[in-house]
Write a protein that binds this ligand. Structure first.
Ligand code: BTN
Length: 349
């Protein structure tokens, strides 16, 4: 913990003013150093009052209405035992997936998380770029599970469910978050929310990367990009993407949401790893699956086809009943996420 974080922790815990002298004595630093750190905290947006002859006091912060996004804020909200320990926060980085791949090589443990507010080289699925402006959450986690490699892709579904539950959980913060409960999963791992026109838009994407050592998993990195407070979108994704702020009509506290994602992920991942199966999470995932019961267009490289999405099987594959007009009408096909993408017949979902 650095000086700034130590001061913040003391200010949070204090019931009254804390004098500069007291802080400097407790931390073993000069009063000038205390003053400098307080200045930095104020610059970051912490409402700190300074009163002559009394000292410093942190004014009450309504967490929901602020968007202070940094490592200390995330840690203050987060109650996990392994996910997010350690947690690295950077104001800007290239790609948090790349950061975690490097940290893993340096011996970082399972659960290590990298979080940032801006990415300059964000990676999306299928080799695409993930444009990563300020206002959102970009983060990745390191996993080193003892798991048969074919089961690893299911971890992406575990993450999708966890982000979904964290987003939906915002609705308990008050009426202005009520719409968060309408968030859903578009198979396999996009989080979507309906706009005022009823059309679902993507608010989160997940990219999983796995490295092998012969037949064993060496490490897995799961990266998440959540569109939180972004208000402008490039032309090419304006119809299909949006952010929580645009859809809820209010700013969302990124530190709080980050902490909630890791809390949900730790719990869901523990259940998945213990069972070595998606079964304990399947029902909750399917309940959140927006494709369920809907007509879908399966973009199979061997030829596209349409059908009705029924749910998922134990491996996380999407079950689709083929429609009339298809050669094997009525047959149920299990679609593996690695092979194809799925669209709604009337739009993105
Ligand atoms: C997708 O294409 O839908 C997946 C996007 C994943 C983006 C996240 S942002 C944090 C992490 N770092 C990256 O470079 N990509 C992932």
């Amino acid at each position: 913990m650095n000086t700034k974080e130590s001061i913040l922790r003391r200010l949070r815990a204090a019931e009254d003013y804390l004098s500069g002298q007291q802080i400097s004595r407790e931390l073993g630093i000069s009063r000038a150093a205390v003053w400098k750190s307080i200045g930095k905290l104020k610059e970051e947006g912490y409402p700190i009052e300074a009163v002559t002859n009394k000292g410093y006091r942190l004014l009450s912060m309504d967490t929901e209405d602020t968007d202070l996004f940094n490592g200390a804020e995330i840690t203050a909200h987060m109650h996990t035992s392994w996910a997010g320990h350690p947690l690295y926060f950077a104001a800007q980085t290239g790609s948090t997936n790349e950061d975690i791949l490097r940290l893993s090589g340096e011996g970082s443990p399972q659960g290590t998380v990298a979080v940032t507010a801006v990415q300059t080289a964000g990676k999306g699925r299928r080799g695409r770029t993930w444009i990563s402006p300020d206002g959102n959450i970009y983060m990745s986690i390191l996993l080193k599970p003892h798991l048969p490699a074919p089961k690893a892709p299911m971890l992406t579904l575990v993450m999708a469910l966890s982000v979904l539950e964290a987003v939906r959980g915002l609705s308990s913060l008050g009426d202005s978050y009520a719409a968060a409960s309408s968030a859903a999963i578009k198979w396999p791992n996009d989080i979507v929310m309906p706009g005022p026109d009823g059309q679902y838009r993507k608010i989160c994407g997940i990219l999983t990367e796995m490295r092998m050592e012969e037949t064993e998993i060496r490490d897995i990195v799961i990266g998440i990009g959540i569109n939180v407070n972004q208000t402008e979108f490039p032309e090419e994704i304006r119809e299909t993407a949006s952010s929580l702020r645009c859809l809820l009509g209010r700013t969302v506290n990124r530190s709080l949401l980050t902490a909630r994602v890791w809390e949900r992920f730790e719990d869901n991942c523990n259940r998945f790893l213990e069972a070595e199966s998606f079964t304990p999470l399947k029902e909750r995932y399917e309940d959140a699956l927006v494709n369920r019961g809907r007509e879908v267009r399966v973009l199979d490289p061997r030829g596209p086809y349409t059908g009705t999405a029924l749910g998922i099987n134990e491996d996380g594959a999407l079950l689709v009943r083929l429609h009339g007009g298809e050669a094997e009408e009525g047959t149920v096909r299990a679609i593996d996420s690695g092979e194809v993408s799925v669209r709604g017949t009337g739009g993105y979902v």
